[in-house]
Design a protein around this ligand. Sequence first.
Ligand SMILES: [Zn+2]
Length: 235
Amino acid sequence: MKATGRILIVGVGGLGVPAAWTLARAGIGHLTLVDPDPIELSNLPRQVIYRDSDLGKPKAERAAVHLRRRFPKTEIDARAIAFEPRNALELAMAHDFLVDGTDNPAAKFLINDAALKAARPFVYGGVLGMSGQAMTIVPGRSACLRCLFEEPPDQEEIASCREAGIVGPVAGVIAQVQAAEAFASLSGVLPPLAGRILTYDATALARFRVTEVPARSGCKCGAWRGKSAAAPVHQ
Ligand SMILES: [Zn+2]
């Protein structure tokens, strides 16, 4: 199976790098990597694609260099820019599927809103300490991030998340799940995590748990008006 669509990866760090690697290896035709940040020393242990010689250079550009070398058939567009309100819609429209590789809630909500407006599916990913989550949003068909949480968390909550940090192998697992969702979507299959959130807990014996996320009545995504993609809406 070969998917030829265009995928936008927002954030080229602990989630974005392994997701990009898996998608390029799977033969995806086009990847756009968006990240305004330079590579820092603290990134090297987790974001294994980068080398010492990449320090201080833009993540998006260096990731593209390494990926092109390994997967020359995948077209890779590197943008060392922030995904922000003035370019979010245009970037979303230019792609078939979006992967959330960001580490901040405001960016996740911006991806959510741009994807809904552009009618493009995307996969959310989040990692906190030894656990992680992923959920796919198919606009108008399955619950969105605002069905789950109406507003981004406040600064205090965000600060406590940062302290818990990101564990490389946990991010790797979530990135693989995100890549599989993207691949399903491009292959014309409804991604299994549309309307469902997967939680991965590296400390538990049963590491994976999948929970239905019903569309929230009144949410501007409009998914509550129709049938939930995954299951009937219980409201
Ligand atoms: Zn919603």
